[in-house]
Design a protein around this ligand. Structure first.
Ligand SMILES: [Zn+2]
Length: 158
């Protein structure tokens, strides 16, 4: 059996046919390998993690990258979302620090998980996404907060 070239007219998982006329056409992902399109993924077959993580962690995909079929540069858009999460996390840290200063506390009780939830709540594009996407976003925020506060993962749980 010879290896058939991947058809770019249908979803690689469910074989649903792609058409530019579809109302969700812009949400289909095209999978590139070394610059060549090798597969399509329809919106129903993209797990929320693929939707967010595949776009934010292109470095982990070893030469492949997922790009939506919309005109927006998706790498740039993913970077912007991560940047928004970082900015929001920064302001959450600042708010808690200032609150502690106002009330005269000498140290701030850190709940990284709660702060990460507050940080993602401040990023509008994440609202309305499935829970697993918001969970990924919280993970990004938690990593950032841990890093910003110089916390190790187990210390953050105290
Ligand atoms: Zn599909």
């Amino acid at each position: 059996m010879t290896t058939a070239p991947t058809s770019l007219s249908a979803c690689t998982r469910c074989k649903r046919l792609y058409s530019e006329m579809l109302s969700n056409a812009a949400m289909w992902n095209v999978n590139f390998f070394q610059g060549y399109p090798v597969g399509l993924l329809c919106p129903s077959c993209q797990t929320p993690d693929e939707f967010l993580e595949a776009e934010t962690n292109t470095a982990n995909l070893e030469g492949t990258e997922l790009v939506t079929l919309s005109s927006v540069d998706p790498v740039k858009r993913a970077e912007m979302v991560v940047e928004m999460i970082y900015k929001s996390a920064q302001s959450v840290i600042k708010t808690h620090r200032e609150k502690a200063e106002r009330t005269g506390e000498t140290h701030v009780r850190v709940n990284v998980e709660t702060w990460a939830t507050e940080a993602t709540a401040g990023v509008l594009v994440i609202q309305g996404q499935p829970e697993s996407v918001r969970a990924s976003a919280r993970g990004i925020a938690m990593d950032y907060i841990n890093g910003a506060l110089g916390l190790s993962k187990h210390a953050a749980k105290v």
